[in-house]
Design a binder for this molecule. Structure first.
Ligand SMILES: Cc1cc2nc3c(=O)[nH]c(=O)nc-3n(C[C@H](O)[C@H](O)[C@H](O)COP(=O)(O)OP(=O)(O)OC[C@H]3O[C@@H](n4cnc5c(N)ncnc54)[C@H](O)[C@@H]3O)c2cc1C
Length: 557
């Protein structure tokens, strides 16, 4: 048995996590940081070596900052001064059509302190391959004393026994039954856990587009000569727009590794594509005779807008790709998966530690399913804007007709790039207004919009961010569980909250934030912030403290 006081004699741990991708690893970290005994099963024996996701959104980086390893993630991937531009070409060595310039990792760290409004944040996005992020997440989970990562262990069956869960795991030629209080299926799109619970996806699975709608083929390759062949400024994301080989290519390490994706025709099975054919596809997008070294290959389907009908049954939860599948336009799949884990992590801990009510766990589905529907719909809009655009026939012609076609295409993609890659509204604006653990104050939040975000302390959304006079982020002052912000020069009495938290055995940090700026930003003297940095309540009087805390902790009257 693992250490910790949350586990009965009959259980091997408190929570079994099935799947060691971003969702499962983040949940392991959230629970491990709280000394909750966890066993994580991952059927693969060695980490994925395919880059997969390319973008860690700002909100995910803020969570990594809360957990203390944002800097480790920001140090991964591209060199610190490498530009993270998104650029569109007819073919990579031919005409540049459009470009959206974004800051390097070093610049992002500096300019975030100067930004207000939509980008008022503790962290900006980071452009980095998922395989590097997963390396950091795995290391962070592994150092938690109560987390046991079992690589090469495959979940074969999962059962809710009423008083707990049982998971049969196959490993080393044998089979072990593990017992715990709760289980989380973070086992990706095919999710055997979701299937065991009998839940399907709802939504669209077969969108057909000129690009980003159909079967995709990808190679992760090495070339020391590619930069010498592309006669344009360096970019992070290279798109090829033409009538016979549309593609995108992410820069993996800023030196010699790249990840190239193109769409297959319906009669082209990915497994039958030879390496020579794969290289020829890349050369079509490049339009130059360059040989590359293939490191790995992969195929995936674009055109999904799918959300599972349920995220929970009894003591078994589902998160990440197991409950939502995106077309990766906008870069939201892995980021939504991380936020699922953040949401469930503090709630499971609260219930296991006894200060959270059983109803708290039911709010996971209420809160996260709505976000999954919202985010998959945004991604679909990006995929439509990108993939329904059909390049004009004259696009690659020399002369005035070709120039006009390139101008039209460039205008479209200059607009599109800012639509898809400048998304503070999506990343910061997700809200839990319908959640029973959010105490509404009757105010309406600003409208949801992908490309702009208006900080608001209307309960149910991300706590507005502020850089404090001493240079710290407001977020760095928050407690790890609930925090009561006492705002302004003459904040309200906080003693009732202190007493109520003590009575409920509920961890509560009380943080004074003097000054008019914070008081104005929050529009109240007091604000209760959840462990996931969501505003649970705001008001000017602590008179109802016990009622507010009970509600936020899912304790029913
Ligand atoms: C080309 C491409 C680009 C993308 N770009 C982005 C992007 O820029 N931004 C973004 O946010 N998202 C992006 N995504 C999506 C992102 O990769 C996924 O959303 C993310 O990996 C989901 O994480 P997860 O932990 O839910 O699932 P996964 O990463 O799929 O992890 C599931 C894990 O469960 C394990 N598992 C499965 N069954 C079992 C079992 N029976 N027992 C034990 N273990 C099991 C698997 O081995 C796997 O390791 C992209 C995807 C693709 C294909």
């Amino acid at each position: 048995m693992l250490p910790g006081n949350d586990v009965s004699e009959a259980q091997d741990c408190a929570v079994i996590i099935i799947g060691g991708g971003p969702c499962g690893l983040t949940l392991a970290i959230e629970l491990g940081r709280r000394d909750v005994p966890v066993i994580l099963l991952e059927e693969k024996t060695s980490p994925a070596r395919f880059p997969a996701a390319n973008a860690t959104q700002a909100r995910t980086m803020e969570h990594y900052r809360r957990l203390g390893f944002a800097e480790k993630v920001r140090a991964e991937g591209l060199p610190p001064d490498y530009p993270t531009d998104i650029a569109y070409f007819t073919r990579y060595s031919k005409h540049e059509l459009a470009r959206f310039s974004l800051p390097s990792a070093r610049a992002a760290r500096e300019i975030v302190r100067t930004l207000t409004g939509s980008w008022s944040a503790a962290e900006l996005p980071h452009r980095v391959s998922q395989m590097f992020v997963e390396g950091v997440l795995r290391a962070e989970a592994a150092v938690c004393p109560t987390v046991s990562i079992r690589a090469g262990w495959r979940m074969a069956a999962v059962r809710d026994t009423g008083g707990g869960v049982e998971v049969d795991a196959e490993h080393d030629g044998g089979r072990t039954t593990l017992r715990a209080a709760y289980a989380m299926g973070a086992d990706g799109g095919p999710s055997p856990t979701r299937k065991a619970l009998g839940y399907g996806y709802v939504g669209e699975s077969g969108a057909i587009r000129d690009f980003m709608g159909g079967r995709m083929f990808a190679i992760h390759f090495r070339s020391t000569k590619l930069y010498g062949v592309i006669p344009h400024s360096r970019a992070w994301m290279y798109w090829a727009v033409n009538r016979d080989r549309r593609a995108f290519m992410a820069t993996v390490n800023g030196r010699d590794e790249f990840n190239f994706h193109t769409q297959l025709t319906p009669d082209q099975p990915a497994e039958q594509i030879t390496d020579a054919q794969a290289k020829a596809m890349f050369r079509e997008a490049l339009a130059a005779p360059l040989d590359v070294e293939i490191i790995a290959r992969s195929s995936w389907t674009a055109g999904y807008t799918l959300v599972a009908e349920k995220f929970q049954r009894g003591r078994i939860f589902l998160g990440g790709d197991a409950v939502h599948l995106f077309t990766p336009a906008g870069g939201l799949g892995y980021n939504t998966a991380v936020e699922d884990a953040v949401n469930l992590g503090w709630k499971l801990n609260a219930v296991l530690k006894g200060w959270g009510g059983a109803a708290l766990l039911d709010t996971y589905e209420v809160e996260r399913q709505a976000i999954a529907k919202r985010n998959t719909a945004y991604a679909r809009g990006f995929a439509d804007s990108l993939g329904l655009f059909v390049p004009p026939p004259e696009l690659e012609d020399e002369g005035p007709a070709g120039e006009a076609a390139r101008k039209l295409t460039g205008d479209h993609f200059n607009h599109h790039a800012r639509f898809e890659f400048n998304i503070p509204g999506i990343t910061f604006g997700g809200r839990y207004d319908d959640s029973p653990i959010v105490v509404s104050d009757g105010t309406a939040p600003p409208p949801d919009a992908p490309n702009s975000y208006q900080p608001t302390a209307t309960p149910g959304g991300r706590a507005p961010h502020l850089w404090l006079g001493d240079g710290r982020s407001l977020y760095d002052t928050l407690g790890f569980e609930f925090t009561l912000l006492a705002l302004g020069a003459r904040p309200a009495d906080t003693a009732p909250f202190r007493a109520a938290a003590a009575a409920l055995n509920m961890p509560l940090a009380i943080v004074p934030v003097p000054g008019d700026e914070a008081r104005d930003l929050y529009g109240a003297d007091l604000a209760l912030i959840r462990p996931d940095q969501i505003v649970a309540w705001r008001g000017n009087s602590a008179a109802g403290a016990i009622r507010v805390l009970r509600r936020a902790a899912g304790l029913t009257d």
